[in-house]
Design a protein around this ligand. Structure first.
Ligand code: GBH
Length: 479
């Protein structure tokens, strides 16, 4: 499946925006330079280097804090019209509060944005891609609802400083990943294992923070700055492992517990019904007098509902879903709440990341699902990409991108899904969180052994450059 599908011979619409994506902690380095404060990732990797493969960290990463001009040059060479990157909150506000604004941090992003504009590249700016100021973690991080207020103050400072030039904003990147990997499994910062309760509180606070930034933008800036702002949600396409009622229900439950967990509150209002009843019932059986899924009151439901100007979708892979009927619910946690096992078909092409297999049709299916369920008006695919060992000859990446982009194009041309832009992950190899520098997602190679962090186009970068220039995924499009 997928591998034998035909690649679309149609052209992407003229208005379609091709781009590439990165994130501050994964590329910048300069972790303590020019007044930058400490983030929870700085603390996490320095406290115990064994948390990351090979004891690596993002102290230098791609050194984009110094090499941003080269990055803009690479984007120019690729011919892309959109660059998604994130701001480091503690580079702008060293302790996360508006008490002190670090002018050097403002200048860094100002210069980058100016250079992008001059090159005719639209910036899409993510406010939060996981590098919470350490001070705010000490206040409780994403378990403390006050962090939503701090996020609002930070967002306002970003809008004030950059909003004249930035017309596309992403509030929070992948709250699901933060809450699962940072607050349930613990392999990402801050490394908490609170899979029964903290994981859900984290979700609620991130949604409140997102909504706060959205409302500030629309109340104070949108009329003048005329930009758009939304949340970025990561999702996979879920197929029932077996074509029976049980697994069909399992796939639906998987959807609600992952994509729906964040998309329902923002696009439809409130948590998905399935989550509310399931976690409510289990909590009762487990002796709680309240649901471990913290309720939204009506005011909060209204506050979060509708806080979108588009849908920011990160997607990499698909899952087969097996539903577990008789799960031991003794230990309250997200996994037994969900009662599903996601796995991947051994016939799908494997990447260099154990969770990422290629199932291209999933792209088209997922886009249709998002479009029909959440009616977002428009969709940006804010991340999509492939992991390899890093060699310059990366034909498996080309194959993945070609098939995934073809299915995205089918969703546009055959199904009428309004996908308006695509930023591939990633512009260049970078710090892959707990995997350090062992999984390479870049279409551009970075030499991490060289102090110059030399950047070199991989074969896929040349391929992508041609796609961007021709708006066509094959040798010749019919037009
Ligand atoms: C994105 O997350 C991130 O936004 C980006 O920063 C990152 O570099 C990129 O993916 C590539 O990974 O190891 O089995 O526990 C994508 C969603 C969620 C996928 C966490 C990997 C860990 C699965 N990610 N997941 S596992």
């Amino acid at each position: 499946l997928g591998a034998f599908e035909e690649i679309s011979t149609k052209k992407f619409p003229e208005s379609f925006l091709f781009g590439a994506a990165t994130a501050a902690y994964q590329i910048e380095g300069g972790w303590n330079e020019d007044g930058k404060g400490e983030s929870m990732w700085d603390r996490f990797v320095h406290d115990d280097p064994s948390r990351v493969k090979d004891g690596q960290n993002g102290d230098i990463a791609c050194d984009s804090y110094h090499k941003w001009q080269e990055d803009v040059e690479l984007l120019t060479q690729l011919g892309v019209k959109l660059y998604r990157f994130s701001l480091s909150w503690p580079r702008i506000l060293p302790d996360g509060t508006p008490r002190k604004v670090n002018q050097a941090g403002i200048n860094y992003y100002r210069n980058l944005i100016n250079a992008l504009k001059q090159a005719g590249i639209e910036p899409m700016v993510t406010l939060y891609h996981w590098d919470l100021p350490q001070h705010l973690l000490e206040l409780g991080g994403w378990l403390n609802s006050d962090i939503a207020n701090y996020f609002g103050d930070y967002a306002r400072i970003a809008f004030e400083n950059f909003g004249d030039d930035v017309k596309l904003w992403a509030t929070v990147n992948e709250p699901k990943t933060t809450c699962l990997s940072g607050y349930a499994y613990g392999e990402m910062a801050p490394g908490f294992t609170l899979p029964g309760d903290g994981v859900y509180k984290c979700a609620k606070v991130q949604l409140l923070a997102h909504a706060k930034a959205y409302h500030i933008y629309h109340a104070e800036f949108a009329t003048k700055q005329k930009g758009r702002i939304s949340l970025v949600i990561d999702a996979s396409y879920n197929l029932p492992a077996l074509n029976n009622d049980r697994d069909i229900f399992g796939a639906q439950r998987e959807d609600e517990f992952t994509l729906g967990w964040f998309a329902h509150p923002v696009y439809l209002g409130d948590w998905p019904e399935l989550m509310k009843t399931r976690i409510g019932n289990l909590s009762k059986q487990q002796g709680y007098s309240f649901s471990r899924l913290p309720e939204f009151n009506q005011e909060e439901i209204n506050y979060i509902n509708g806080t979108f100007d588009f849908f920011g979708l990160n997607t990499y892979t698909s899952n087969l879903i097996t539903y577990i009927v008789d799960i031991d619910i003794g230990d309250p946690n997200y996994f037994t709440d969900k009662s599903t096992i996601p796995w991947q078909d051994s016939n799908w092409a494997p990447s260099n990341a154990p969770w990422l297999y290629s199932y291209p049709l999933g792209m088209r299916k997922l886009l249709n699902h998002v479009w029909n369920t959440y009616k977002p008006g428009s969709i940006y695919v804010t991340e999509n990409g492939w992991a390899t060992d890093g060699s310059l000859e990366d034909s498996s990446r080309i194959s993945y991108l070609q098939n995934y982009m073809s299915n995205m194009l089918d969703a546009i041309t055959e199904d009428g899904v309004n996908v308006v832009g695509y930023t591939t992950w990633s512009l260049m190899d970078n710090f892959e969180w707990a995997q350090g520098y062992t999984q390479k997602f870049g279409i551009i190679h970075v030499d991490f052994d060289s102090p110059n962090r030399t950047r070199t186009f991989k074969t896929s970068a040349y391929w992508y450059k041609n796609v961007v220039a021709t708006r066509c995924l094959v040798e010749e499009c019919l037009d």
